[in-house]
Write a protein that binds this ligand. Structure first.
Ligand code: DOR
Ligand code: ZN
Length: 355
């Protein structure tokens, strides 16, 4: 028996497409194929490449490399550094948001100097989203800086009970702050770290069971605004190396995992739509996509199998997990771009901010 339902195309505000500079991990074609196969029709790319998106030239290079090679719509986030803050006026019409790295992760964009951070927060246009990777004391600092400078703060990949509680408190005080959680933090904990080895290493680290519970609670009480993927592919060889890089792919496993949670009554379908479509569109001002939808068979069960993934990295931390809810078809602006496991079309557009 099948039960077909239709959802709006999902939006991921946190994807690492890796081009230019790390195309052994992913590129515009493979990354946007993975997005489409996972039901995502619009994604925002992160700036922490070996060639980071921190100059007007780097933004233009991203745009020209992506042009004609993307299967879903793609917007770019700019990297916030003291140096790059002098370009904010120049690039603000080309990028969707600013990303500031306040904790250590992949890449070289870590900003630790409080004075540099103050300048970055001060210079970024106040009505535009400023995304932070900020945990614990760094989150407290980000909130303080946003309060002082009047920023529209968005906290990426919240992983700790302590951090979501801090965000809840800031929201209660009326601060314009939003946040996201990833599927790896929703569906894995540090109890999985040993089993997964380097394939379960990412930043922020996987939390404890009580952190995971706090993230689910934040979904149900309305504190969590977005489920994002932090799709961060690395090759198997890199992951097996002496110093494995942090990050896991996520675009193709998110929707089946979330649909399974719906089946298990941990999430409603309305909430799923709100956190993967309505809120990301509203918060990041993503242009409407007409006639764009995902068709799912809610009754079809299958096991996640890395052989069936489009991501170039070719693995997933969810290998072998049984899920219920299979993506059958994806349409973008009236054209079928995914059906029965096959991708077609290169109809993705580059997204620019509305104003
Ligand atoms: O685990 C992570 N990997 N977290 C991030 O925030 C960045 C990402 C990457 O670029 O590999
Ligand atoms: Zn990331």
């Amino acid at each position: 028996m099948s039960k077909i339902i239709s959802l709006p195309g999902l939006i991921d505000v946190h994807t690492h497409l890796r081009e230019p500079g790390a195309t052994q991990k992913e590129d515009f074609e493979t990354g946007t194929k993975a997005a489409i196969a996972g039901g995502y029709t619009a994604i925002l790319d992160m700036p922490n490449n070996p060639e980071p998106t921190i100059t007007p030239e780097a933004v233009d290079k991203k745009i020209s490399l992506a042009n004609g090679r993307i299967y879903c719509d793609v917007g770019f986030n700019f990297g916030g550094t003291l140096e790059s803050s002098k370009y904010f006026d120049q690039i603000k019409t080309k990028v969707m948001a600013l990303k500031v790295y306040m904790n250590h992760t992949t890449g070289t964009l870590l900003q630790e100097d409080p004075h540099a951070l103050q300048t970055i927060f001060e210079r970024w246009p106040k009505q535009r989203v400023l995304i932070v990777h900020a945990e614990k004391d760094k989150l407290a600092l980000a909130i303080k800086l946003a309060k002082r400078n009047g920023n529209r703060l968005h906290v990426a990949h919240v992983a700790l009970a302590e951090d979501i509680n801090r965000i809840r408190k800031a929201k209660t005080e009326g601060l314009p702050i939003t946040c996201e959680v990833t599927c790896h933090h929703l569906f894995l904990t540090n109890a999985d770290t040993k089993r997964l080895g380097p394939f379960g290493q990412m930043k922020p680290d996987l939390g404890m069971k009580q952190d995971q519970n706090a993230l689910w609670k934040a979904i149900s009480d309305g504190t969590m605004d977005i489920i994002a993927q932090d799709h961060a592919p690395h090759t198997i060889a890199e992951k097996k190396s002496e110093k494995p890089p942090h990050g896991v792919p996520g675009l193709e496993t998110a929707l089946p995992l979330l649909l399974t949670a719906v089946k298990e009554d941990r999430l409603t379908i309305e909430k799923l739509i709100e956190l993967t479509n309505t809120n990301p569109r509203k918060i990041f001002n993503i242009p409407q996509q007409e006639d764009t939808f995902v068709e799912i068979d809610m009754e079809e069960k299958y096991r996640i199998d890395s052989n069936n993934l489009y991501t170039k990295c070719g693995w997933t931390p969810f290998e072998g997990v049984e899920v219920k809810g299979k993506i059958k078809k994806v349409a973008l602006r009236g054209k079928v771009v995914f059906e029965n496991g096959k991708i077609s079309g290169l109809f993705g557009k580059i997204m620019f901010p509305a104003n």
